[in-house]
Ligand binder design. Structure first.
Ligand code: FES
Length: 114
């Protein structure tokens, strides 16, 4: 990916996301789920489970993963990869923090879709 493909946008502050929870942000063409772990790390995935499109933002955040609310796939927050015997990958979106301000790179989705 070249620098020109990056499109960073500010999407809010750390305290906008509940600990071990998620918040959705709509960007052109898709919805991003922002997750906050219990040690205040923030990750972003497309809000679409790689299994059958379930809303990952409504899943349970635990151990660096989110469990999909529909059929319990466990998805890594860092990579978007399904864990264990399941396979598939949610789109992982880069996150940048400046203090508590969260930015995401929405150019990634466009690059992957091309
Ligand atoms: S849609 Fe997520 S586990 Fe089936």
């Amino acid at each position: 990916m070249t620098e020109i493909d990056e499109r960073w946008i500010d999407v809010g502050y750390l305290n906008d996301i509940p600990r071990r929870g998620a918040r959705c942000v709509k960007v052109p063409g898709y919805t991003v789920a922002l997750f906050r772990t219990d040690d205040d790390q923030v990750f972003a995935l497309e809000d679409k489970c790689p299994h059958k499109g379930g809303p990952l933002s409504q899943g349970i955040v635990h151990d660096g993963c989110v469990t999909c609310p529909l059929h319990n796939f466990v998805i890594s927050l860092r990579t978007g990869e399904a864990q264990g015997a399941d396979s598939g990958q949610a789109v992982s979106i880069p996150v940048r923090m400046e203090g508590t301000l969260i930015s995401i790179d929405i150019g990634v989705k466009a690059v992957r879709a091309a």
